[in-house]
Design a protein around this ligand. Structure first.
Ligand SMILES: Cc1cc2nc3c(=O)[nH]c(=O)nc-3n(C[C@H](O)[C@H](O)[C@H](O)COP(=O)(O)O)c2cc1C
Ligand code: SF4
Length: 490
């Protein structure tokens, strides 16, 4: 994973855990209304993909165990991992694009309700993403994938001072291109072709020459609504639309979106499809269920959307009647690390990925509460405009004091803790009961994120080799790591 060049190692914040009485009086453990429902506390586990579904996108026992384990810590809400809206093969990513996924999802809901004694609300994140291919070997790219254009021939002829490249057999052009250096290729291929060579081919939402991309504004509202219908049938308390990071909806919102069909260019055009999706999903969400979304306060990439875009979008989303907004940051393909040949580019490996899941190897600012400024600005803008929908903050928040200070300062309404909840799924409960000293504290060094990157079952380095002889321990594919945190009894 990319790290800021300063590479300052930040120590974990010093903690003074509250007593049970102090916790009971804290804002963190006070209820908060979300649309038609109420969370018993302002504690939230944001969406995280732990790679436990089947290759057909079905819920497994391991998926159920993972969320039931979180639920034992009684957070106010859990958002289940990014779940695909289409009924197409997507590897071991959970899916909701067909009613055959409903029974597994229902089992998941029931397990969370049982484990939390009905206390934790359960939402699920719905995602769409475009096609992405693995980085090809150079010879394969030139022999099979690159579409040779007259410009390639002309540039090659000029480079080699060999006019025959303008007219010769295409195979000769392909063979010769495969022998050139990156610098030479930079003068011949366009930016997209170079990107496809170095990182693998990837569709963009502004590839309107492709029919299925041109048609996204027609197809996506229905696909999201269909998937939302299935998860609500399964008993989820609500839906979180994934408008963040590197995926389709965030790409519509991106300032890089140059579609010229009314869905790209200006902020108004870029937010049009996201609003149409909200309207379509809202139509299938019953009055007692929640519809919220997660989006980026800042894309943190050259030419991308910044905070001013996010403030504009937040106002539009609030006007459209969403019940909560969850803020994230970065996580884009554009600045991601060049993958190895045969691997796919991963959107959390560049500077924007760092901002999404900041580690303790940081710049002077450090990882803790790093993204709170975004939720604060969004909350202020909305409150000033008379909107009061709750705002969820996340990013390096792993202590009671930090969480409580953010809430007290009005910088967010709900505290999301992703990695701290992997490290210790009981931590909210421990703090609430006055057992803060037994919290297993996340070290924010991103071992879990490294597993995620390789699509390996996500675990935590602090517990995955511990107490392997406990009853009912399930192990990962390697047989060496346990899949859920050891039990805790107060
Ligand atoms: C293993 C892993 C998987 C993640 N998967 C998702 C996801 O499916 N959807 C999403 O919006 N964010 C995802 N995230 C980002 C987290 O929700 C969260 O925003 C980020 O980790 C920062 O919060 P933290 O500092 O509390 O961990 C993931 C993070 C991790 C570590
Ligand atoms: S592996 Fe554990 S300690 Fe390390 S960042 Fe992930 S959750 Fe935190």
């Amino acid at each position: 994973m990319w790290q800021p060049p300063e590479r300052i190692k930040h120590a974990l914040p010093v903690v003074n855990w509250p007593s049970a009485e102090q916790a009971a009086a804290a804002k963190l453990f006070s209820p908060v209304r979300i649309g038609p429902t109420q969370l018993t506390s302002r504690t939230w586990i944001p969406a995280m993909v732990p790679w436990r579904a089947t290759n057909e996108g079905l819920v497994t026992d391991d998926v159920v165990d993972w969320y039931a384990r979180f639920a034992k810590g009684r957070p106010g809400a859990i958002v289940v991992e990014a779940t695909g809206i289409r009924d197409v093969p997507s590897g071991p990513l959970m899916r909701a694009g067909h009613e055959r996924f409903v029974p597994g999802l229902r089992r998941l809901v029931e397990a969370v309700k049982n484990a939390s004694n009905g206390e934790t609300k359960l939402f699920i994140q719905l995602i769409d993403f475009l096609q992405i291919k693995r980085r090809p070997p150079t010879d394969k790219y030139f022999s099979r994938f690159l579409a040779i254009r007259p410009q390639h021939r002309e540039a090659l002829a000029a480079l080699e001072e060999a006019p025959h490249f303008e007219t010769c057999d295409e195979a000769l052009v392909r063979d010769h291109l495969a022998t050139l250096s990156s610098e030479q290729l930079a003068g011949i291929l366009d930016a997209r072709e170079l990107d496809a060579l170095q990182k693998g081919y990837r569709e963009r939402v502004w590839d309107t020459h492709l029919e299925h991309i041109r048609d996204l504004p027609t197809t996506l509202p229905g696909l999201f609504a269909n998937a939302a219908g299935h998860v609500l049938d399964a008993g989820f308390d609500g839906v979180e639309l994934h408008y963040a990071h590197a995926y389709t909806m965030a790409s519509f919102l991106s300032a890089l979106n140059t579609r010229d069909d009314g869905y790209g260019g200006s902020q108004e055009n870029r937010v049009k499809l996201p609003l149409e999706v909200i309207a379509a999903v809202r139509a299938v969400v019953p009055e007692d269920k929640v519809l919220g979304l997660r989006f980026l306060g800042d894309e943190v990439i050259d030419g991308g959307s910044r905070l001013d875009d996010a403030l504009f979008y937040a106002t539009k989303f609030a006007e459209a009647g969403v019940d909560f907004l969850s803020l994230s940051k970065g996580g884009k393909f554009e600045d991601a690390k060049v993958p190895k040949v045969g691997d796919a580019v991963y959107p959390y490996t560049g500077p924007s990925g760092y901002e999404c899941m900041p580690s303790v190897f940081s710049d002077a600012q450090g990882p803790f509460g790093r993204n709170v400024g975004l939720s604060e600005a969004v909350k202020k803008t909305l409150n000033d405009a008379g909107h009061s929908i709750p705002i969820v903050a996340a990013g390096g928040i792993g202590t009671f004091e930090m969480a409580e200070a953010i809430l007290q300062a009005g910088e967010a309404d709900i505290i999301g803790a992703a990695r701290q909840c992997i490290a210790d799924p009981d931590w909210f409960l421990k703090v609430r009961l006055g057992h803060g000293e037994s919290v297993r504290r996340c070290e924010y060094t991103n071992y879990c994120e490294g597993l995620d990157q390789k699509h390996k079952q996500v675990t935590c380095k602090l517990w995955d080799r511990k107490q392997l002889d406990d009853d009912d321990v399930t192990l990962d594919h390697s047989g060496r790591r346990r899949l859920t945190a050891p039990a805790w009894t107060p």
